[in-house]
Design a protein around this ligand. Structure first.
Ligand code: PS7
Ligand code: MN
Ligand code: MN
Ligand code: MN
Ligand code: MN
Ligand code: MN
Length: 351
């Protein structure tokens, strides 16, 4: 691979790809396969946002300090030599921030057009994260309404969709119109993030964080932690269905966005995470293990999906398969049975 050869001649850039592999469980492979130019831009976009998220996620950082960092991260990425070692010793991806000067050096070598997109998304995401970390968006720090939930997911994932579409357009690999429909780009991010938030219920609860909107879960429990109780099983099942229903509504936008892509490497990069998400959504639906542990699709299934996500016809076939799984797990006794059936109907109409 010419990309691998070029890395041997550029040790600093090679380190960035090393940090990409260290910090991304699923994005490293698809980013490496991107066409020249865009590959480095998206690698650095990922590392910048992963650094920002490592600050957001650290519940041991002093809140004022966290907010100061989140709100200024878009200028930090222009400060040559900046490193950060204040994260808790066991914080995931701490090492990336300890060596962040390497990321900054490579960020500053990107084309100014790419730098501007990354910095602007970083500015918006950092400020959005700060609003939620302090509860400035409302009177408390938890996510109250579905509107709050959509806004939080917009900040941490929908904005990534905006930025990626802008980078695709700036690279010339996709038609500039791919960045025009903001709702579609936003839905691409929300589909990944909301699925992650459902799957991570227990991990986030144990970390003292709640991302499920009370407007949904409040219909099924007094307290967010009640869902782990065996005595609460049927309410827990219904709550999970309501959360999955909320995510299913994004699927038509995801299929529309993917159908607009022209470049093979961009298509694979976009489609693979979405296909993983629909597979995860089918796995978590009506699955009470979600309340006890982190459920994950099997490695073999993930490999199969990566290999199959080569064009729109195959992606539609995969979505059809998992929508069918959800349909079969949908029970008439579920309070959301009819709404889920209707959401499935709307998806089928797109396929
Ligand atoms: C393709 C139009 C720049 C590739 C890819 C680092 C994952 C980490 O993982 O619960 O449980 O710790 O803390 C749209 C990715 C959205 C985002 C958001 C697709 C950047 C990614 C920083 C748009 C990924 C959604 C926090 C914020 O949740 O996570 C197209 C590239 C995409 C990063 C993700 C994650 C947010 C996150 P975890 P958290
Ligand atoms: Mn370099
Ligand atoms: Mn995180
Ligand atoms: Mn986070
Ligand atoms: Mn998570
Ligand atoms: Mn997490």
């Amino acid at each position: 691979l010419s990309h691998q050869k070029a890395l041997e001649a550029d040790p600093a850039k090679k380190k960035c790809y090393y940090y990409l592999e260290m910090t991304s469980r699923s994005f490293a492979a698809v980013i490496q396969e991107l066409d020249d130019d865009l590959r480095d831009a998206i690698c650095l976009f990922y590392l910048v946002l992963r650094g920002l998220d490592t600050i957001e996620d650290d519940m041991s950082l002093d809140l004022d300090r966290k907010v100061e960092l989140l709100r200024s991260f878009d200028t930090i990425i222009y400060q040559k030599g900046w490193t950060f070692n204040e994260n808790g010793p066991n914080e995931k991806d701490r090492d990336l921030l300890v060596h962040f000067d390497v990321v900054i050096d490579e960020f500053l070598q990107l084309k100014p057009g790419f730098q501007k997109v990354i910095a602007e998304i970083t500015r918006l995401m950092g400020n959005g994260m700060a609003d939620y970390a302090t509860g400035e968006h409302r009177e408390n720090t938890s996510v109250a309404t579905i509107k709050d939930f959509d806004l939080y997911c917009h900040y941490v994932a929908g904005l990534v969709g905006y930025g990626l579409s802008d980078l695709f357009a700036a690279s010339g690999l996709e038609d500039p119109s791919i960045a025009d429909d903001k709702k579609l780009s936003n839905s691409m991010g929300l589909f990944l993030q909301k699925t992650n938030i459902i799957r991570d219920y227990r991990e986030d609860l144990d970390d003292g964080r709640q991302f499920w909107p009370k407007e949904i879960w409040g219909n099924y429990a007094e307290n967010f932690a009640d869902f782990i109780e065996p005595a609460h099983l049927e309410k827990s099942r219904a709550c999970l269905s309501a959360m999955v229903l909320n995510v299913l509504e994004l699927v038509p936008d995801v299929l529309t966005y993917l159908s607009k892509l022209q470049n093979q490497s961009v298509f694979n990069f976009c489609a693979i995470p979405q296909v993983m998400a629909i597979s995860t959504l089918a796995l978590v639906f009506n699955n009470m293990d979600v309340y006890q542990r982190n459920v994950k699709i099997r490695k073999g299934e993930a490999v199969k999906l990566i290999q199959a996500s080569t064009d729109m016809d195959n992606v539609i076939a995969i979505f059809r398969e998992y929508i069918q799984v959800i349909s079969q797990k949908n029970e008439t006794t579920d309070p959301n049975f009819l709404k889920i059936s209707m959401a499935i109907g709307k998806v089928k109409y797109k396929m």
